[in-house]
Design a protein around this ligand. Structure first.
Ligand SMILES: [Zn+2]
Length: 308
């Protein structure tokens, strides 16, 4: 179910396709491509050389030998950006300033901490951050089609989330503001902000939604998906609030918390990372990312499942 061969381009509208990779767990992301007469615009790349090459070969098969003019990074995480370095030198990489900053400071590609098992096989990749920066909004054009890039205006999944909105087609690429039936993650952004971003996402009125992880969402089902995210973020915030008043650290809170309806989602150990972020937001202290991952591994009982 998680093999790279299971990934496929799924048509959303004429010349708009999503690259959907099952099962959406750690490092297995979704991406997309918008085809214009004058070339292609990508939304994100993939984590490894192998997965990104499969994506690019599928785009070439669908579109012919068109130039890839631009690639938008929805945020800094390696599953959406490490494949950038396989794109032609002429491809312009676009992202939020915080995405560029984060990629310039990335240490995971060069020295992956032993958090996952097996460790991802990155292949021959290097960091290639965006050189065109979208602070709030930017419109790019592919053929006749407008692609509106928008930042929610506050931290959410990360500090630099950008969605790609195609108003003529009603298609919304959310990046990791949406994890469809996969445990959401806000440890490098804000749990409160991720919760706030949901109304903003709903306001686009999308008819088809490409989440950062998990299956595509039809517009009629999007409200339910947003509700599930809201319940999860409130669950994290409630657990953090009671845990702090009981004097417990995030790991102890996670261990005493019943996951309830969220137990069925992959990567449930993300609760520990999200609690660390909720604690940092409540206290105003800097969050120690490696300490948070060490706690997540302890909660999980060993390195985290990785099928990339
Ligand atoms: Zn992410």
């Amino acid at each position: 179910m998680t093999e790279p061969e299971q990934a496929a381009l799924q048509p959303l509208a004429d010349g708009v396709l999503a690259w959907v990779q099952p099962d959406g767990s750690w490092w297995i992301n979704n991406a997309g491509v918008i085809l214009g007469d004058d070339g292609a615009v990508l939304v994100d790349t993939c984590a490894t050389e192998r997965r990104t090459r499969r994506f690019l070969e599928s785009v070439a098969f669908a579109a012919g030998d068109v130039p890839i003019r631009m690639a938008v990074n929805t945020h800094l995480h390696g599953d959406h950006t490490y494949g950038n370095s396989l794109l032609p030198d002429s491809t312009v990489i676009i992202g939020h300033p915080a995405t560029r900053e984060g990629m310039l400071n990335d240490f995971v590609l060069a020295a992956t901490p032993p958090v996952w098992s097996p460790l991802p096989e990155w292949g021959a990749l290097s960091l290639r951050p965006p050189t065109v920066l979208v602070h709030d909004r930017l419109t790019v054009v592919a053929g006749e089609r407008r692609i509106e890039l928008r930042h929610p205006g506050h931290p959410a999944h990360t500090l630099g989330d950008v969605v790609a909105w195609l108003p003529d087609d009603g298609v919304l690429f959310t990046g990791d503001l949406i994890f469809h039936a996969v445990t959401p993650l806000a440890f490098m952004g804000s749990v409160e902000g991720a919760l706030r971003s949901l109304d903003w996402l709903a306001s686009f009125g999308a008819s088809r939604v490409v989440p950062g992880h998990g299956k595509l969402v039809e517009g009629a089902a999007f409200a339910d998906v947003l509700d599930a995210h809201a319940r999860y973020y409130r669950f994290v915030l409630d657990a953090a609030r009671t845990g702090r008043s009981d004097g417990l650290d995030p790991l102890a809170v996670a261990r005493r918390t019943d996951l309830g309806e969220f137990a069925a989602w992959p990567d449930s150990e993300r609760l520990v990372l999200n609690l660390h972020r909720a604690y940092a937001e409540a206290t105003g202290e800097e969050m120690d990312l490696l300490a948070a991952f060490t706690d997540a591994v302890a909660y999980h009982g060993g390195p985290l499942r990785c099928a990339v």
